[in-house]
Design a protein around this ligand. Sequence first.
Ligand SMILES: N[C@@H](CCC(=O)N[C@@H](CS)C(=O)NCC(=O)O)C(=O)O
Ligand SMILES: [Fe+2]
Length: 349
Amino acid sequence: MTSMLFRQLFDPRTSTYTYLLADEATREAILIDPVLEQVERDEALLDELGLTLAYTLETHVHADHVTGGGVLRVRRGSRYVVSRAGGTIGADVEVDDGDDIVFGHERLIVFATPGHTDGCVTYVTADRSAAFTGDAVLIRGCGRTDFQQGCARTLFLSVRDKIFGLADDAKIYPAHDYEGRTVSTVGEEKQHNPRLKMEIDQDAFVGIMNDLNLDRPKRIDVAMPANLRCGMSTQDWMPIARTSGDVPEVSTSSVARLPEGVHLIDVRSRDEYEGELGHIDGTELVPLPELSSAFGRWEKDSPYVVICRSGGRSGKAATAMEEAGFQRVASMAGGMLRWRAEEARRSRS
Ligand SMILES: N[C@@H](CCC(=O)N[C@@H](CS)C(=O)NCC(=O)O)C(=O)O
Ligand SMILES: [Fe+2]
């Protein structure tokens, strides 16, 4: 971990930690457990630090928040990584025990650590000095085992055989902390974790877990289905992710491979449309202030992608169109700025 860029980020509403890791030399980055409502924060940090987001990694299918991995994939071209055992649909990379995730010269090793859910994994740095344990081990606690195929017997074995098999000074970075703690070590948890310390046996652990009587996570009915789809929308005409502001977005690369019959609408001013950034062939120019006047002549059930300079106005337009009853609308994330940047990247490679 010594030369790796590392930031621990926090979502206060769900007490979730998101971890940013990057190769200092190549600037390739990953995010572990990004949260939908914090995507703007994460993107700003990536931009400030000059990082390319190669992957987003889920430690499991979360029940308490929607992943930011879907929107980040659409906006940044990152690849969505989740355990094969988690039962998700549409991931870019499904990992199993022992797999590697490589970014630049850095590498994380996947440990299967089921029990909180059957698809829980722990990501361990190549030098085994730090483990991102998700909800398998929390600081002085552990993930509950009362839903999502949770199993206390399995969790006990994952922690004792896998995570506690690391050196005592290995750092533990959990997916949540509800009391403001940020990091622990294997040795500390072996000694002080009230559920998992070494003097507790498997039967005692199962007894503790069966007696927790926790409330159902408040957002489970929204979070679970969304996370099982890797943060992507249920619409299937294009790969769409909905932002925390509920704007449907598609990537520039999806627009570059546009399916037949999708209407492209550019909502910038005529000056911009004909200016330096230019426009995509086949688009219809309808400046945002005039958008609603076009609603009458557009079919409500046809598919539309809306475009502007950076994705702000097109997002507003997409929302307005949905409110007006259009059923298949998306905003092109990043707008013409990203379109041109991607074009330059494509022509270099
Ligand atoms: N109160 C939170 C749920 C907290 C919760 O259940 N957290 C899960 C992790 S997603 C857990 O395993 N907690 C273990 C514990 O609180 O001991 C919510 O409504 O979202
Ligand atoms: Fe969880």
